[in-house]
Design a protein around this ligand. Structure first.
Ligand code: ZN
Length: 157
C-alpha cells in the first residue's frame, strides 16, 4: 500500500483534478495507449509514450507524468529519482497555474530559445523545476549574446 500523502501532495492532486489538467494527462495516456500506474506523491506514471511529440523524454500534464521507455528506470527508482523530482515540480506548477500553464510554458520556451538558443536554459518553468534534475544543461546565457556583433564588447574574445 502507498504511504499516506503529505498535505502538499494531497492539495496538488486535488487542485489538478479540479482544474482539469490531470484529466488532460489521463486522456493523453489513453490516446497514446500508455498504461497508468500510481507513483509517489499522488502522481500517476504513464511509461511507454512513443509518439514523436513532444520530443522530451518525459512530460507532465497535471498529476500525470508521461515518459518514454528509455527513461523508465528513472521512474522505477521512486522518489530518489532526479527526473521524477523535476517532473513533480512541473505538476506543482500546474496546481498553481492550471490550464494556463501550457501557453505560459510555451511562451517561456520561446523566450529561452531566443535568449539561450534552446527551449530550457532560460525557461523560468524549467529553471524552477531544476535544470540539472531534468537533464538540461545549466548554461545561464549564450557566451556571445549581443545581436549586433560589431557593438559587442566581447567581440573577438
Ligand atoms: Zn521540465
Amino acid at each position: 500500500m502507498a504511504p499516506p500523502l503529505s498535505r502538499q501532495h494531497a492539495l496538488r492532486r486535488a487542485v489538478n483534478l479540479v482544474n482539469g489538467t490531470t484529466a488532460a494527462g489521463l486522456l493523453a495516456a489513453r490516446l497514446g495507449r500508455v498504461p497508468v500506474r500510481q507513483g509517489p506523491g499522488g502522481l500517476l506514471l504513464a511509461g511507454g509514450w512513443n509518439h514523436p511529440l513532444p520530443r522530451a523524454a518525459a512530460f507532465t500534464l497535471g498529476n500525470v507524468i508521461l515518459y518514454r521507455s528509455r527513461v523508465s528506470q528513472a521512474f522505477d527508482a521512486g522518489p530518489a529519482s532526479a527526473l521524477l523530482r523535476h517532473e513533480a515540480r512541473h505538476s506543482s506548477q500546474y496546481a498553481v497555474l492550471g490550464p494556463a500553464f501550457l501557453p505560459l510554458y510555451f511562451a517561456a520556451a520561446g523566450f529561452s530559445k531566443l535568449r539561450s538558443g534552446d527551449p530550457a536554459s532560460s525557461n523560468i518553468f524549467e529553471i524552477l523545476a531544476g535544470l540539472s534534475d531534468g537533464g538540461y544543461r545549466t548554461r545561464t546565457s549564450r557566451p556571445h549574446r549581443h545581436r549586433n556583433h560589431r557593438n559587442c564588447p566581447n567581440r573577438g574574445v
